[in-house]
Design a protein. Structure first.
Length: 134
């Protein structure tokens, strides 16, 4: 921004002066990371719901996998029908539904949800659709 002759820059929807002290810059970056880490609890809520409500027996589908380290989770409805959850910063929880079962149109697009409740509704809908296809 400074090279472009601007006096301010925008970061995650907030404006800051181009000249900024190191302490202030570190505080801004830390706040950003904390916001993203805090939203991982929403992913955990979705996965707890899924474990309680849709998980199959050992070795059968649906199967779950979650990685706090990478901020992602996978709900494998079948081997060819997978829902991926990941952190999206200001975009909330990013959900991709990749359905490659017979007759399905294929690869999913990213959808953004602001809370676990909305993601659970989406997952439940996709789970019920996959059961009706069996």
């Amino acid at each position: 921004a400074k090279l472009a002759g601007k006096k301010e820059f925008e970061f995650e929807g907030k404006k800051y002066p181009v000249k900024i002290k190191d302490d202030a810059a570190k505080a801004i970056a830390k706040e950003s990371v904390e916001l993203q880490e805090a939203s991982f609890s929403d992913i955990e809520k979705v996965m707890k719901w899924a474990k309680k409500n849709i998980v199959g027996n050992a070795g059968t589908f649906p199967q779950l996998d979650i990685s706090k380290k990478y901020g992602t989770a996978f709900i494998n409805l079948t081997i060819m029908n997978i829902i991926t959850l990941r952190l999206g910063g200001k975009k909330g929880i990013v959900v991709t539904h990749d359905d490659r079962t017979s007759g399905a149109k294929g690869h999913g697009k990213d959808q953004h949800f602001s809370n676990a409740k909305d993601v659970i509704k989406f997952v439940e809908e996709k789970y019920n659709e996959s059961k009706s296809e069996d």
